[in-house]
Design a protein around this ligand. Structure first.
Ligand SMILES: C[S@@+](CC[C@H](N)C(=O)[O-])C[C@H]1O[C@@H](n2cnc3c(N)ncnc32)[C@H](O)[C@@H]1O
Length: 339
């Protein structure tokens, strides 16, 4: 279990309520049932064509929500974007449709390894290159490790927009204590942590100076998420957060939008952080372990997040907690009423 910051230091009523929901026994059972239901739906969509189409459409709506607010795709001369964990392709489809001068590259896990199908409409495919592969298997460290695949031939610092939305697959087999990916037999949380660090390395390496990174994170009060929010706040000229209401509203996941990468107040950290992440990636690969609480302390320590940074963190997170709390309230009401 990875640690969370104390809700007292963040002090927001919606977070306190979410904490209470999580602690309640009854709620735990409801949370679990609800989470399992949503996970099953997401996972089974990899087999059911109609669910896949629905999910693809939901991803398009989710990106549209973000674009309505942050104007992410307006560029008269177009731009290149990289979409990591791109399948089924809703985000990419939205961008290619809205800006006819954009060119995209997508990276996604092969369907034969449990990844999702690629549903991008035919009319956009000539502006898109899809590279199938497991991004955690690429050579992403400071030193080469045996048995790794070379990173695809993508030039560093070239993409004006990089999307990091890869998500571990839970097409799960439970051995009673852990949920494992049947393809790799690895516990899903270990894969998820490695996927997160791999995506960060890819994102920081491929985004152009001044470009935008959008990354999916989970629960801003989690130490690791808060450390990454602080990181992007330091490296980028501007960061915002967005919790789509059209997907997973009851879940803690949200998107962080970092614009003006390389122009933040502490952008001088950029290369050092990248090196630190690569070293951590090597450690995760070699030891096949989960992220530990102090793994990202080389970026920023918990005391700063709970102290001087807590006001900023709360300001960035308040609407995420509020959306999640409102969605939970709706779910509880539905449970009360019986479905
Ligand atoms: C939440 S979905 C992304 C949805 C996408 N943003 C869209 O708009 O359609 C997560 C994606 O990550 C992919 N994925 C999971 N593990 C991966 C890995 N190790 N390497 C590459 N892609 C991976 C999954 O196959 C899935 O397509």
């Amino acid at each position: 279990m990875q640690s969370v910051l104390s809700s007292a230091s963040l002090g927001h009523p919606a977070l306190h309520k979410l904490d209470r929901y999580r602690k309640g026994h009854l709620q735990q059972a409801q949370n679990r049932a609800q989470r399992e239901y949503q996970q099953k739906l997401a996972d089974s969509s990899s087999n059911d064509p109609q669910l896949q189409v629905n999910w693809f459409q939901s991803m398009k709506y989710a990106f549209e929500e973000m674009d309505d607010v942050f104007k992410l795709v307006n560029a008269p001369d177009g731009f290149h974007f990289l979409d990591v964990g791109c399948c089924p392709g809703g985000f990419s489809s939205y961008i290619l449709e809205r800006n006819l001068k954009t060119l995209g590259t997508g990276l996604s896990l092969e369907v034969s390894k449990g990844g999702h199908d690629f549903l991008l409409e035919e009319q956009y495919r000539h502006r898109y290159e899809l590279v199938w592969g497991d991004i955690t298997s690429y050579q992403l460290g400071n030193v080469p490790l045996p048995g790794r695949t070379p990173f695809p031939p993508i030039h560093p610092s070239t993409f004006a927009l990089v999307l990091l939305d890869g998500h571990p697959l839970r097409t799960s087999v439970s051995d009673g204590s852990t949920t494992k990916n049947p393809q790799t037999d690895q516990p899903v949380h270990i894969i998820g942590d490695c996927l997160l660090i791999s995506q960060l390395i890819i994102g920081l390496t491929t985004v152009a100076q001044g470009g935008t990174v959008i990354i999916k994170l989970s629960r801003p009060e989690r130490l690791i998420s808060a450390q990454l929010m602080w990181l992007f706040d330091s490296l980028a000229a501007d960061i915002r957060t967005w919790k789509p209401v059209c997907i997973h509203a009851t879940r803690g996941t949200f998107y962080l939008i970092a614009r003006g990468m390389g122009f933040g107040v502490n952008a001088v950290m950029y290369d050092g952080v990248l090196q630190g992440l690569k070293a951590l990636w090597e450690e995760l690969i070699l030891s096949q372990r989960r992220l530990r609480d102090n793994d990202l302390d080389f970026i920023i320590e918990k005391a700063v997040l709970q102290g001087p940074y807590s006001g900023r963190l709360t300001a960035l997170s308040a609407h995420i907690w509020e959306v999640q709390e409102a969605a939970w309230k709706g779910w509880r009401q539905q449970v009360k009423n019986g479905f």
